[in-house]
Design a protein around this ligand. Structure first.
Ligand code: FCB
Length: 449
């Protein structure tokens, strides 16, 4: 496959997140997270699944490291469970939690895999949620303390750090609609959560810089397609773009929030922005992490309430999750980011992948050709974006192995590796071998030239 524009040292990776894979939620001093509390509520997760055991990665990480080595990954994006290293999110540090990430990092480095930890992938310590969670400005300060302690422990070996995962999804699903933890349904009153997460990012960035480390944030980004060129649809699309994309990138790269007046909110986001906050938030980043799944088509609202309405995207194949497969949307998005922000730093694709109804066949294989096609076409889209001048340094597919997919429980399989959730048996899928061969070929070519 010709991916001629990707740089020789392009990082080939896979992503995971602590709550989705680790399990061992009550072991070795880990405190409860909002996801433990949320999944214990009846009716919120499909079939009542929880991450109590997940992929049991906490105990099986050696096996998982071996899989990464076999795939030839050169990067691994994982997240640190904050309540594993600080049970209540403040004060006392849990040495056993720190030891786990220490072993994981050493295991990665021993196999030539560069670690890319994310400090927050949604599993906030319940102790902080009890004080208001991300609605409380103080959480941003606690986050910076936690970032500092992780940098002190791992910063001698870990160069690349990701502060937050998808602050947009966490705000909307967790605090706006309540379909994710912590399960608050505040609608537009959730907007201070955007600012407090970004403030946490800015404060953590300052701590990580003290240790000379490289910092990025992983944002969920989507190209917004207006359903028509009518002024009403265009206005709705702009309002949606401001909420989903610009709310989390404008402050980073321009030092200001976008216009949110369509949501009845002024530039202080409900009075939460204070002097100096935006200076912290807009401190230069080493890279932007882009999580891409699909574009979003938006039309004018047909009912009272929000200033937009989502419209279906027709004419594309769909994943098992019913998400449209639009590879060129990734190229479109990357070029848009470059055009929109003169200060855009290099980009890593920190998540991209698809859910497939994978089964292990009688001969023990998992023929996931839809996933191979998905990854192939999206990587070509990345290559095309690089050809158009976007500086993309790496690609982390979502995800290494089938895992706990939030409100969907174990029903969506996104992995390169099939996991039997009863036995924990891992079976590499055909896409695993495909990715391994691609990485090998790209690296061999890079060495020749
Ligand atoms: C993203 C999340 C990730 C995973 C994928 C499918 O929004 O960051 O944890 O659930 O979606």
């Amino acid at each position: 496959m010709p991916l001629n524009h990707l740089p020789a040292d392009f990082v080939w990776g896979a992503s995971t997140a602590s709550y989705q894979i680790e399990g061992a939620t009550k072991e070795d001093g880990r405190g409860p997270s909002v996801w433990d509390t949320f999944t214990a509520r009846p009716g919120v997760i499909r079939d009542g699944h929880t991450g109590d055991v997940a992929c049991d990665h906490y105990h099986r990480y050696e096996e998982d490291l071996a899989l990464m080595a076999e795939a030839g990954l050169t990067g691994y994006r994982f997240s640190i469970a904050w309540p594993r290293v600080q049970a209540t999110g403040k004060g006392e540090v849990n040495p056993k939690g720190l030891d786990f990430y220490d072993r994981l990092v050493d295991g990665l480095l021993a196999r030539g895999v560069e670690p890319f930890p994310t400090l927050f992938h949604w599993d906030l310590p319940q102790g902080l949620e009890d004080d208001g969670g991300w609605l409380n400005r103080d959480t941003a300060h606690r986050f910076a303390e936690y970032a500092a302690l992780m940098a002190a422990r791992l910063g001698d070996r870990v160069k690349h750090w990701i502060t937050l995962n998808e602050p947009f999804i966490h705000m909307v699903w967790g605090y706006g609609l309540g379909t994710h933890a912590p399960g608050r349904a505040l609608m537009t009153d959730c907007l201070p959560v955007a600012h407090h997460q970004l403030l946490g990012h800015g404060l953590a960035l300052r701590e990580l810089r003290e240790h000379g480390l490289q910092v990025m944030i992983a944002n969920n980004c989507t190209p917004v397609w207006p359903a028509s060129q009518s002024p009403a649809d265009l206005a709705a699309a702009e309002a949606y773009d401001n909420l989903h994309n610009r709310l989390f990138t404008d402050p980073l790269f321009t030092g200001a929030y976008p216009d949110l007046s369509a949501y009845g909110v002024d530039a202080t986001l409900g009075g939460s922005v204070r002097d100096g906050d935006l200076d912290l938030i807009s401190a230069p980043l080493d890279a932007l992490g882009v999580n891409y799944y699909n574009p979003t088509r938006i039309q004018a609202p047909t009912a009272e309430g929000l200033p937009f309405e989502e419209a279906p995207i027709e004419g594309y194949r769909r994943t098992a999750f019913d998400w449209p497969v639009v590879p060129d949307g990734l190229r479109e998005l990357l070029v848009l980011l470059k055009d929109r922000y003169p200060a855009l730093p290099p980009v890593y694709i920190t998540e991209n992948g698809c859910s497939v109804n994978d089964v292990v066949t009688e001969d023990g294989t998992v023929p996931d050709h839809d996933r191979i096609d998905y990854l192939d076409t999206h990587l070509r889209a990345v290559d095309a974006a690089v050809a158009q001048g976007v500086d993309v340094r790496g690609y982390f597919t979502w995800t290494l192995m089938d895992n706990f997919e939030w409100a969907e429980g174990f029903h969506q399989r996104f992995g390169l590796v099939h996991v039997d959730h009863d036995t924990q048996v891992r079976t590499p899928k055909d896409s695993f071998a495909w990715y391994r061969d691609l990485i090998k070929a790209h690296r061999a070519k890079a060495q020749r030239t």
